[in-house]
Design a protein around this ligand. Structure first.
Ligand code: ATP
Ligand code: PRP
Ligand code: MG
Length: 291
């Protein structure tokens, strides 16, 4: 029988982006709507859908060898897992999210200390209790099952501790941030025993490299151009690159080809500048992985 690595895919807001990332990395994960055990085109993997909130507990106890979840939930659960790789993506972006203390815009509460004796609702209850305890501020923290912003709007609680990325939910509800408690992002985690098993570690490393390479390639493009020897320095000065641009000789001795990688959104400003300093035959191409 084949060796198998048991992989947890986060069900919920991270799900689609995670499956997309695996697709780019070379693994096709497919399932019908009601199944919690997706198929994957790799005999060495078995996949299970698990809530992001619970992932680290199943990885810690070995039910799963590896999984993806948020740093916030690893901390909340106090799970002893190996954090293999930060993979900074979420449902909406490729940036970190923030857990923040939030009150109504018209609230007189301004600082952490102002929360003394007040009520706070949050999904991250243990973390929030610990955070205030460490600062000797007494608060009543109650668990929220979701729609947390509504509770502070309606006055059910004095404040909430909630995750935010763009801030649009807070703005839509006339809420303001008075303190940032933590930054969080998606992390690839592994069970300690699995990490110490040579076959499993090799498989985890393969997945880490390809997921990270695919994530790094998002929003980046390759660009290639020809330039005469006399214009070389002026072109090079315009080009950012991972290390240094690659330069190779063309058949005609005093012309060179330059190749580099850059942010896709910088290309439209860069191309006219490159032309001005003598670059010709410019081509741009998409990237699948940057490793
Ligand atoms: N709007 C957001 N922007 C960036 N990251 C987010 C956002 N919402 C949630 N996350 C992150 O995604 C992970 C999963 O989110 P969360 O815990 O809210 O579960 P969920 O799958 O959205 O389920 P639920 O519907 O219960 O909220 C968490 O680690 C969280 O930090
Ligand atoms: O700052 P923003 O970019 O507006 O993001 C913040 C919102 O995103 C999350 O909700 P989500 O969209 O995951 O919905 P959910 O309540 O179903 O989890 C979070 O619970 C906030 O409500
Ligand atoms: Mg959510």
């Amino acid at each position: 029988m084949n060796n198998k690595l048991k992989l947890g895919i986060p069900k919920g807001s991270l799900e689609t982006k995670t499956v997309d990332l695996f697709k780019r990395a070379g693994w096709s994960i497919s399932y019908d709507n009601r199944s919690y055990f997706p198929d994957v085109n790799d005999d060495e993997l078995s996949c299970t859908l698990v809530r992001a909130q619970e992932m680290s507990r199943y990885v810690e106890d070995g039910t799963l060898d590896m999984g993806l979840t948020g740093k916030d939930w690893i901390i909340e659960n106090g799970s002893d897992v190996v954090e293999i790789q930060d993979l900074i993506y979420s449902k909406t972006s490729v940036k970190q999210a923030r857990w923040v203390l939030v009150v109504r815009e018209d609230s007189p509460l301004r600082t952490l200390e102002d929360l003394e004796g007040k009520r706070i609702a949050t999904e991250l209850r243990c973390f929030t209790e610990r955070y205030f305890k460490e600062r000797n501020i007494n608060v009543h923290v109650e668990f929220s099952w979701g729609a947390t912003e509504a509770k502070v709007v309606e006055g059910l609680v004095d404040a909430i501790v909630e995750v935010t990325e763009t801030g649009s939910t807070l703005r839509a509800n006339n809420l303001k941030i008075i303190h940032e408690l933590m930054r969080t992002n998606t992390v690839l985690i592994a069970n300690r025993e699995a990490w110490n098993d040579p076959w499993k570690r090799q498989k985890i490393e393969q997945i880490r490299t390809l997921l990270n390479g695919s994530l790094q390639a998002m929003g980046k493009v390759g660009i290639k151009m020809n330039v005469s020897q006399q214009n070389l320095d002026r072109v090079i000065q315009l080009l950012p690159s991972l290390r240094a641009p690659t330069i190779s000789n063309l058949y005609s001795a005093d012309w060179l080809a330059i190749e580099t990688i850059l942010d896709a959104n910088s290309v439209r400003d860069l191309i006219p500048l490159l032309q001005e300093v003598g670059a010709e035959g410019i081509i741009e191409y998409p990237l699948n992985k940057v490793i």
